[in-house]
Each structure stands twice: as structure tokens, then as C-alpha cells.
Design a protein around this ligand. Structure first.
Ligand code: CDP
Length: 795
């Protein structure tokens, strides 16, 4: 791959700013989403959900619903049991009820399913179903899930006597203990990363049609991983995989929410089996917030050891992970706590150990990688809070403490104490750049002046409290090497096919599935970068299992690290083949040809050359091809990444807190990201903007709380707040460029960096403003105000 240049600025035919190809349809309202799929004779459906968090089902009477004139069928768990479809596997090897049979285990769980002529009748008929429940004691707080008298939630699992899912650990406990025993300074802190929801703009849904004549099942569905879904449907329903086509049309945001398979998807298939018609199921916003996968819900206890001068020596962590009633996390099998053990972060110290205990609670299944690479968000939050607490303890400026401990460029590739090999980085440069853009010293001087003024007699009690927060993150994205990573036994490699048609226009077929990240543009740019066709001439095909090669889909910022590499390798193979064909056409030796963007030409005589388009025509024409070269100009690749890529960044947040109302205003936010060369800087900036808004939301307003009966208190956008442009500052972005040494075009993922890196920066800023060591997010006005009064913080 030596021919592929690594210019951070890009070149006109490859990398560089260009408007998104897909926006032509999106800005005209011509996107085609699952809910836009309308088939002849299609029926609609709705799901009856449990009002209780934990209750035994005594009886279900569906007769009145069945009598509704527009209802075609009503399905219950008992009926699914007869079809052996009442339970299905989760992505982490647990099982989840498609429709509850014995008891309900969280509020919002699926209990019955109605298929009707239209969606209004389906929803009306739900009201006619009579369910008798016998309420059971509820476990709503993970801290009490392992109490001896806690009810066993998963009594469906044989031999289960408590609510523990697993204990898992990483790192060297003994070495870590030894470091802590002799450390001059140890700081301990409890913290919660609250339960939040990916809340994509488009909720989940599907349209299923089982053609009983051909035996073919087609399912249009909101999935981030169409190929993995197809395999799982084949395994669950016992249908032959070649007879299943999963189509993922335009997707209105996924953020991890659309990785798993939800009962609704399976029920739409059941609906089609029962009625012989296509059946649509679309959930509403409350259903999405109450029953589809949540994220985080990590209760963490961290301890950091250091010298008095501020050299970090070790970090140890114990996590209590709330996974809800079914373990539905989507983590590589070997890593039940995902990549949490990258919690050692961006710093140089030898000792680290983490232990994670996961428990069942009476909540919806949780723990998805919401805009992060499998729990790295939680890990970055933990380490960045701990380092800030240490700075507070040692009375060292948090930027200075970070600079003192950041990994140095010459340490890469760096093997972390928990076994991860960071591929490349220049961390101090990124932090210096963020501090330069922020004017860090001036900001600290302004803060000192404001604090001094607040001490003066007659100082304004309403004067805002200024806070400055930093974070530095390392992500590990691009899962992943097959020898280490699989999901439900499926290795995490991705296929890609590139065909150059006779007229020099190309099609690139991808296994990954865009949900708004601009793949139709950037993947065309990758191919353009390598073979020199204009991106406009390269059509990206994705989201249809019948027309794309197998791969594990888009989440954890893996598309560009894995599929992007596949696209670059496929393009390189096409370029190599084109060289052989050009040599035949120009009647010279292959070695006599040189490349300039888009064209092979004879060394010393640039007028003698062939463009890729000309070579494509020759490859499909009557030119006699050299022995061993088949016609046509195409290539296919399965890319098995040798390692993850490790993007990183330095973030600085400046807030003003109103001491009288507790409201937090983010005054400035500086984000310096390094994701290697940027294929399309405009798209990267858009990804970073979105992620920063996401992170700000988590730090300041988002939490799905539950009362002690397990009632979900965040089931609508009135209760679960998302940030809007009103809450966001004008983001100030910077960059450094450190290519990945193992990626064919040096790029690292970026889609989720900002969601991972920004929450600790905002939280550190708010706590700096309040001059409090720690309080848990989200810093809503009420929570911030209470923290100011020194009262205990509760969501
Ligand atoms: O997997 P996902 O698409 O969510 O994340 P990603 O691979 O990090 O890419 C997000 C978007 O940013 C895609 O359109 C990428 O091709 C683009 N990107 C880029 O232009 N340059 C990079 N160095 C990394 C990503």
C-alpha cells in the first residue's frame, strides 16, 4: 500500500472537504426510512407493554381485542411458546422474552401483540386486552440487587439463586495493591455514570414479509448491523439464511440503539407468518425510551495513587454495572464489560486493576455502546474524574498534572497495563494545542480575578461562578481483530466489493450501515483517493444483505477503521490490476509504468498513459489480457484489522454557573481531536459537533431515573431532556494529525470521540466552578443548586 499518500490536507480527487452526496435527498425530504416502506396489503401492529416493573402474569384475555373489526390477529407469549419463539438470544448470550410468558421483569416489557388493518386500530385494540398481574417486589437499585432478600429476577434461568450476571476483572491486582500500599498519596472517589438513552431521532421499527410461495423473508428494519441480524434471524427462526434479506434503508440515527434485535422486529416477522401479509411495526417515542437499550448505569469506585509531586502510580476501580432485566449488551464475547479496561486512559503508569460486577435489575435491558466503543465512555469519565480529583488533592493545576503524566510520543506503540496496544499518538501536542486555542493561562487569570472580586465587601451575590474543566481521552475503535473479538461467535471482519464499470463509473458495496455519518461520501472519497476517479462517479451501496458482502455493521466508530480499510485495500487491488491491463494496452512492461492520480503512464513519456476509466473499458473489451489476468476491473476484500485504532483528543470547557438558580451555561468548549488524516474534514467536524452536544447533554441534563417501584421517570422528551442549539456554545475545534501505522490509509475512527471525551470536561468545569471535589451528573439546575448548598446529590 506504499502508493497511498498520507496527506492530512487531502488532495482534490480524494480526501478533502466536499458536500455530502446523501444530503441531496435528505434536505429535500426524500430520505427513505423504514416507516416510508408501504407495501400492497400491508398490515400494522402494536405491542401491549407491562405497566409493572416486576409482576407475575396470572392471565391474559384477548377475546375483546380479537373481536375488534379491524384486528387480524392477537399474539401472546403462550402462543409463541408453542412456536418455540417466546425467547430469543441477546447479543451477549443471555435470552430475552419476545413476549412475556411467566412474568414481566421491567416496566414497558412486551406482553401481547396486535396486528390490524391500520395502526390506530392496532393501538385501540391494545386497550381491549385484559391482563391480570400479581405484583412482585422490585429491584430498582443496583446496589440492592445482591441483597440476600432481593427477589430473583431471572428465575427463568435454571439454577439461578441471585441477580449476579458476572464478576470480571482485568489488570494485575497484586501489583496494583503493592503500589497503593506504598504510595505517598491515594485519592478515592465514588461516582455514577447515570443511565442514559441513545434516543435517536428515528425510533425503531420494521416491516416484515414472509412470502409463503418462495419461502423468502424480507425485513426492512432499523438496524446498524444488517448482516449480523440476518444470521441471528436464521438461528432464531430456523429459516435458511439465503432466504432472508435484511434491508436497512435510511436510518435516522443509531448511536448503539439499533445494534441489538428487539422483540418488535421478531414480532413483525411472526405477524407476517400468522397473516400471510407484510406487517409493519413502528414504536413511538415513549416505547423507544422505555424499552429499547439504555447505556451506562455504572456505579464506580475509583482509587488513584501518586507521588506528592504528582506522578501517577496506579489506578484501581470497582464497578457495579446495572444491566437491567436481561443482559442485552453488545460487547465482544471475550469482554463482558466491553473495553472498560482501557480505563487507564492516556497516562503513563504501570499498575492498574479493575473489577466489574454486573447485576440484573427490574429495568429495561441496558449497557449498549451508546456512541462509544463498548464502555470506553465510562472508562474515560472515570480516569478523567480521578485525575482531576488528584489535582484537587495535590493543589496542582489539572492541565499541569495531565501534562506531567501523559504518554510521550516515543512510547508508541504503547502497551497499556491492562493489555491494549495503543497504535500511535502525540498527546502533549494535542493538549498544548487545546490550551493555546483556549488561552488557558488567561482563563485561569480571569477566574482568579473573579474569585477575588467575589470576596470583596458588597460583591454581587448573583455574579456567575466561572469553572474550567479539562479532559484528555484515548479511544480504542475499529473492533476488531478476529482472534480477540466476536459478537455471538461472529468474527468482527468486514467485507467490501469494488466494481469499476466499462465506462469508468464505480460501485462500492459495503457491509457497514450508515445512520447519518456520511458514508456515501467518505467511502467514495477513500476509493477516489486511491484510484483517482471522482467521488461523484463512485456509488456506495449498503444496507441490503442481498447486495452487499458480509460484515458486522456500524457501531463503536468501527466503519472507517475496518470497512474504510477494506475499501482502501479493494481500491488498491483494482489499481494494481489496472496497472497490468494498462501495460498490456500500452505494450510495455508493468514495471515501466508510473502512477499519477487516476492514471498509469509510461516512465519518461507521460503522454503515453491510460486513465482508470480507459483501463476499465479495456478490461471489459477485446484487448488481449496477459496470462492469469481475468477480464473486468473489480476486487473484493475481507478486512480483518490487526489492531484497533486509537484516536485521542484534548478538550477544555468553560462554564458560568448562576449561584442563585444553579443553571449552567457552557461559555466555551475547545475540542482538539486527532483521528489521523481526515477523509472529509467537514464531515469530521460535523461528527465532533454532534458528539459534543451529546456529551454536554449527558453532563447537564440526561438521566433515565426510576422510582423505587421501578417506574421509568424518563419516558418522554418532557422528562428526558436532550440539548438543543440553545444550550450549545459555538464549538471551537482544533486538530493534530497522527496517522495509524496499521490502517492502510492511516485513518482512525472519529464518530464517537466527542461523546466519549466531552462529559468529563463539562463535569470538571462545573465542579471547578462550584469548588467541590465531586458530585454526580447530570448537573441540572436543581442538582447544581443542591450541590451548592452542600446537600447530597440524588438524580
Ligand atoms: O462507524 P462510524 O461511521 O459511526 O464512525 P467513523 O468510522 O469514525 O466515521 C464517521 C464519519 O467520519 C464517516 O463518514 C467517516 O468516513 C468520517 N471520517 C473521516 O472523514 N476521517 C476520519 N479520519 C475518520 C472518519
Amino acid at each position: 500500500m506504499q502508493d497511498v499518500s498520507l496527506s492530512p490536507e487531502g488532495n482534490p480527487l480524494g480526501f478533502g472537504r466536499m458536500l455530502r452526496k446523501e444530503d441531496a435527498r435528505f434536505v429535500r425530504g426524500q430520505g427513505h426510512y423504514v416507516d416510508d416502506v408501504n407495501l400492497p396489503g400491508m398490515l400494522h401492529s402494536a405491542i401491549l407493554r407491562s405497566p409493572y416493573a416486576h409482576a407475575r402474569i396470572v392471565s391474559i384475555d384477548t377475546s375483546a381485542a380479537e373481536a375488534h373489526p379491524k384486528v387480524k390477529a392477537v399474539v401472546t407469549g403462550a402462543m409463541l411458546e408453542d412456536l418455540k419463539l417466546a425467547w430469543m438470544p441477546t447479543l451477549s448470550g443471555d435470552v430475552v422474552a419476545v413476549l412475556a410468558t411467566d412474568k414481566v421483569r421491567f416496566q414497558g416489557q412486551e406482553v401481547a401483540y396486535v396486528i390490524a388493518e391500520d395502526e390506530y386500530s392496532a393501538r385501540d385494540a391494545l386497550e381491549l386486552i385484559e391482563v391480570e398481574y400479581e405484583p412482585l417486589p422490585v429491584v430498582a437499585d443496583a446496589k440492592h440487587a445482591l441483597d440476600p432478600d432481593a427477589p430473583v429476577i431471572r428465575d427463568d434461568l435454571e439454577g439461578r439463586v441471585d441477580n449476579k450476571i458476572y464478576d470480571w476483572e482485568a489488570g494485575d491486582a497484586d501489583a496494583c495493591d503493592a503500589v497503593f500500599a506504598s504510595a505517598e498519596v491515594v485519592v478515592a472517589q465514588d461516582m455514577i455514570y447515570p443511565r442514559v438513552h441513545p434516543a435517536p431521532m428515528e425510533t425503531c421499527g420494521s416491516v416484515a414479509y414472509l412470502d409463503k410461495v418462495t419461502g423468502k423473508l424480507t425485513i426492512w428494519t432499523t438496524t446498524q448491523a444488517p448482516h449480523a441480524h440476518r444470521t441471528i434471524y436464521a438461528l432464531v427462526a430456523g429459516l435458511p439464511e439465503q432466504k432472508i434479506q435484511v434491508i436497512s434503508p435510511d436510518i435516522g440515527g443509531g448511536f448503539g440503539n439499533k445494534v441489538g434485535i428487539y422483540p418488535g422486529y421478531v414480532l413483525s416477522i411472526v405477524g407476517s407468518i400468522v397473516t400471510g401479509k407484510p406487517v409493519k411495526w413502528m414504536e413511538d417515542r415513549s416505547e423507544n425510551l422505555m424499552s429499547t437499550s439504555f447505556a451506562r448505569d455504572y456505579h464506580m469506585h475509583g482509587e488513584i495513587a501518586a507521588t506528592r509531586e504528582g506522578k501517577i502510580l496506579g489506578l484501581r476501580v470497582h464497578v457495579l454495572a446495572d444491566h437491567g432485566a436481561f443482559n442485552g449488551v453488545a460487547q465482544p464475547t471475550k469482554f463482558p464489560a466491553g473495553f472498560f479496561h482501557i480505563f487507564t486512559g492516556s497516562y503513563d503508569y504501570p499498575a492498574a486493576h479493575c473489577k466489574v460486577t454486573a447485576v440484573y435489575t427490574n429495568k429495561a435491558l441496558g449497557g449498549v455502546a451508546y456512541a462509544c466503543s463498548f464502555r470506553i465512555t465510562e472508562a474515560v469519565y472515570l480516569v478523567e474524574r480521578m485525575v482531576t480529583c488528584l489535582a484537587d488533592e495535590l493543589k496542582i493545576d489539572p492541565a499541569e498534572l495531565r501534562m506531567k503524566n501523559l504518554l510521550r510520543p516515543e512510547q508508541f506503540p504503547y502497551l497499556s497495563p491492562t493489555g491494549w496496544e495503543y497504535d500511535s499518538g502525540d498527546y502533549p501536542r494535542a493538549l498544548q494545542e487545546a490550551m493555546r486555542i483556549a488561552g488557558y493561562d488567561e482563563l485561569r487569570a480571569e477566574q482568579a480575578a473573579r474569585r477575588a472580586a467575589a470576596q470583596e465587601p458588597g460583591a454581587d451575590p448573583a455574579a456567575p461562578l466561572m469553572g474550567i474543566g479539562l479532559s484528555f481521552f484515548t479511544e480504542g475503535v475499529g473492533a476488531g481483530p478476529r482472534k480477540h473479538m466476536d459478537i455471538l461467535g461472529l468474527g468482527m471482519a468486514d467485507g467490501c466489493e469494488l466494481r469499476v464499470h466499462p465506462t469508468g463509473k464505480a460501485q462500492l458495496r459495503l457491509s457497514v450501515q450508515t445512520q447519518g455519518q456520511g458514508h456515501e461520501t467518505t467511502f467514495a472519497q477513500i476509493v477516489s483517493h486511491v484510484i483517482g476517479l471522482p467521488p461523484e462517479d463512485i456509488e456506495v451501496v449498503h444496507g441490503d444483505t442481498d447486495n452487499t458482502p458480509f460484515g458486522l455493521g456500524t457501531y463503536g466508530s468501527r466503519s472507517t477503521p475496518v470497512s474504510g480499510a477494506a475499501a482502501a485495500v479493494a481500491a488498491q487491488r483494482v489499481k494494481d490490476k489496472a496497472r497490468v491491463i494498462a501495460a498490456a494496452a500500452l505494450e510495455c512492461a508493468v514495471e515501466d509504468l508510473e502512477w499519477e492520480h487516476g492514471r498509469w503512464y509510461v516512465k519518461g513519456d507521460p503522454s503515453q498513459g491510460k486513465t482508470i476509466a480507459q483501463i476499465a473499458m479495456a478490461a471489459h473489451g477485446s484487448l488481449e489480457l496477459p496470462e492469469g489476468v481475468e477480464g473486468h476491473l473489480d476486487a473484493s476484500v475481507v478486512y480483518n484489522p490487526p489492531n484497533l485504532t486509537y484516536p485521542f483528543g484534548a478538550y477544555i470547557c468553560v462554564v458560568d454557573v448562576d449561584p442563585q438558580t444553579g443553571s449552567v451555561k457552557v461559555r466555551r468548549f475547545i475540542a482538539v481531536d486527532d483521528c489521523g488524516p481526515r477523509i472529509n474534514p467537514m464531515i469530521v467536524e460535523g461528527q465532533v459537533h454532534g458528539g459534543l452536544a451529546d456529551g454536554l447533554g449527558m453532563a447537564l441534563m440526561e438521566v433515565i431515573a426510576f422510582d423505587s417501584d421501578g417506574n421509568n421517570l424518563g419516558g418522554s422528551f418532557m422528562d428526558y431532556l436532550l440539548p438543543t442549539s440553545m444550550e450549545c456554545p459555538s464549538w471551537e475545534l482544533g486538530q493534530t494529525v497522527t496517522p495509524s501505522p496499521h490502517h492502510p490509509i492511516g485513518v482512525k475512527g472519529v464518530g464517537e470521540s466527542a461523546t466519549v471525551g466531552s462529559p468529563p470536561a463539562v463535569v470538571n468545569a462545573v465542579l471547578d466552578a462550584l469548588q467541590i471535589r465531586h458530585a454526580d451528573m447530570p448537573f441540572t439546575p436543581a442538582m447544581t443548586w443542591r450541590a451548592l448548598q452542600g446537600r447530597p446529590m440524588r438524580p
